[in-house]
Write a protein that binds this ligand. Sequence first.
Ligand SMILES: Nc1nc2c(ncn2[C@@H]2O[C@H](COP(=O)(O)OP(=O)(O)O)[C@@H](O)[C@H]2O)c(=O)[nH]1
Ligand SMILES: Nc1ncnc2c1ncn2[C@@H]1O[C@H](COP(=O)(O)OP(=O)(O)O)[C@@H](O)[C@H]1O
Length: 199
Amino acid sequence: MAGPKPVVLSGPSGAGKSTLLKKLMKEYDSVFGFSVSHTTRNPRPGEETGKDYHFVTRELMQAGIDNGEFVEYAEFSGNMYGTSKAAVQDVQAKNLICILDIDMQGVRNIKQTDLSPIYISIQPPSMAILEKRLRDRKTESEESLQKRLRAAKVDMEFSKEPGVFDVVIVNDNLDDAYDQLKNTLLEEINKVKKTSTSS
Ligand SMILES: Nc1nc2c(ncn2[C@@H]2O[C@H](COP(=O)(O)OP(=O)(O)O)[C@@H](O)[C@H]2O)c(=O)[nH]1
Ligand SMILES: Nc1ncnc2c1ncn2[C@@H]1O[C@H](COP(=O)(O)OP(=O)(O)O)[C@@H](O)[C@H]1O
């Protein structure tokens, strides 16, 4: 039987996707499950392999791709990122809403699959605010920051293409953005809650 509809969160690096999805998973821990992607980038302090990402070498990731283990993958800011079939299946097997945090190439590629998620774009209020948030996060080198800002410009334009996203949320005030995200997903959340109490 088909489980609940997955959710794709996309948008520029620094727009607030992780912040919003962590809030959502904290409030609804028995409703959502995170699709743990693979990446070749180095872990940041506090990030755990198997929880935030599967941190792997490029060789290992390429072998998995060649072996048909990935739903989609992309190169972003000099590193590889990808969603394995297992990452999605692990969440769906628990009848949870699977959340994917993926870039715009991932969105394009997922559209070619039969996953049929709800597509949500998280956007910053402006480039200047995005840059400030990314700098204040203190996770990026100057080079990585500049690459992310260049990608962000393209992403902001992509989010305006008609028919790509079901909802575009501008993350200015965090609580307001979170309310919008929750409202967008309320119907699916209630469906999962109903099935989990009736079974
Ligand atoms: N296509 C694709 N993009 C991913 C995947 N996992 C993460 N990303 C994207 O890769 C970009 C960089 O992620 P990350 O290095 O964690 O930086 P952050 O978004 O600034 O926290 C973000 O736009 C993510 O949405 C994936 O499995 N596939
Ligand atoms: N509405 C907001 N107002 C101010 N700072 C925010 C807001 N949303 C997120 N942040 C901060 O901005 C930075 C980038 O957010 P993050 O969730 O890491 O973005 P992403 O996952 O999209 O790269 C983080 O340091 C986060 O704490």
